[in-house]
Design a protein around this ligand. Structure first.
Ligand code: ADP
Ligand code: ZN
Length: 286
């Protein structure tokens, strides 16, 4: 059985056809320009296959409340051409198959929980630290959603005593994303993250913020596994720094597994999102 998957990012769309075991049969990558340009290419890719369902993991914010009048819309995105775009409805009209629609990070969490680093766990948290910070979660086997989807990148954190950077979030200035996403690192230090690998204070400050965030996610959600992805986490020296800081912050209040096994890179690498979208497609068939 063929299933379709879309990982819709702010810079590129990855579309794939695969199966219910998470195997990818064919994939394409398209630049995210405008809906008028991008969507017809997406649709014609899927029309080559007899897909039975489609799963979409989208950049956001998006409306995932199925009772809402704007369910399936991209809502307040800074990408103006996509603002208030009825994404799900447009795909539905063209493809006439059941479509599962959720955030990119929720879908990546689903992929990791089914086939990746959190396989065998019924809960996990997936966080990406890239151009922005976002996290999704699987809780008792289901994707975490309520009023809408979680926005875990915008939580407030305590400043590092040596950090005088003001923050970059247009909504909250010094929230987690404003202080710790890739563009914040670049603006704070005047260089790209890739050029700062040897500068210890950069990663000490970064770990200070990420460990605080993880502590809060652990206290609120108690995930069975934490998966950290995105460009910034390619700086693998962050992992032991995060472990050390988290140990200090938690201070034995809750008992955690060995942090080396608990906080890990995506088991599916860069395929977490697209594989999760296949899983979401399968779930729409019941
Ligand atoms: P996106 O979030 O757009 O999907 P990425 O996850 O690759 O894409 O994140 C891009 C951000 O991560 C940029 O701010 C970039 O500077 C930063 N980044 C990418 N690779 C690295 C790296 N190896 N080390 C540090 N920062 C990186
Ligand atoms: Zn913010």
């Amino acid at each position: 059985m063929y299933l379709g998957a879309i990982e819709a990012g702010g810079t590129k769309f990855v579309c794939a056809v695969g199966d219910e075991k998470g195997n990818i049969i064919e994939r394409i990558s398209l630049p995210t320009t405008t809906p008028d340009e991008t969507i017809p290419k997406v649709v014609s890719f899927f029309q080559n296959y007899d897909i039975k369902a489609l799963g979409v993991g989208s950049f956001g914010p998006i409306d995932i409340n199925s009772n809402s009048a704007t369910y399936g819309y991209i809502t307040t995105t800074p990408k103006l051409a996509w603002r208030n775009f009825p994404f799900l409805q447009t795909l539905q009209k063209e493809l006439s198959v059941p479509i599962g629609f959720n955030t990119d990070v929720n879908v990546a969490a689903l992929g990791e929980a089914t086939f990746g680093a959190a396989k065998g766990f019924n809960s996990c948290l997936y966080i990406t630290i890239g151009t922005g910070i976002g996290a999704g979660a699987v809780v008792q086997g289901n994707l975490l959603q309520g009023l809408s989807h979680p926005e875990m990148g915008h939580i407030l954190v305590r400043k590092h005593p040596e950090d005088s950077y003001k923050g970059k979030c247009p909504y909250h200035q010094d929230c987690l994303e404003g202080l710790a996403a890739g563009p914040a690192i670049e603006e704070r230090w005047g260089k790209k993250g890739t050029e700062l690998a040897e500068k210890d204070i950069v990663w000490e400050i970064e770990a200070h913020y990420l460990a605080q965030a993880l502590m809060q996610y652990i206290l609120i959600l108690s995930p069975g596994k934490i998966i950290m992805g995105g460009g910034v986490m390619k700086q693998s020296q962050l992992f032991p720094l995060i472990h050390k800081k988290l140990t200090e912050f938690v201070n034995d209040y809750v008992s955690l597994p060995s942090l080396k096994d608990y906080i890990v890179s995506p088991g599916l690498g860069d395929n977490a999102g697209i594989t999760g979208a296949l899983v979401l497609a399968k779930q729409t068939l019941g």
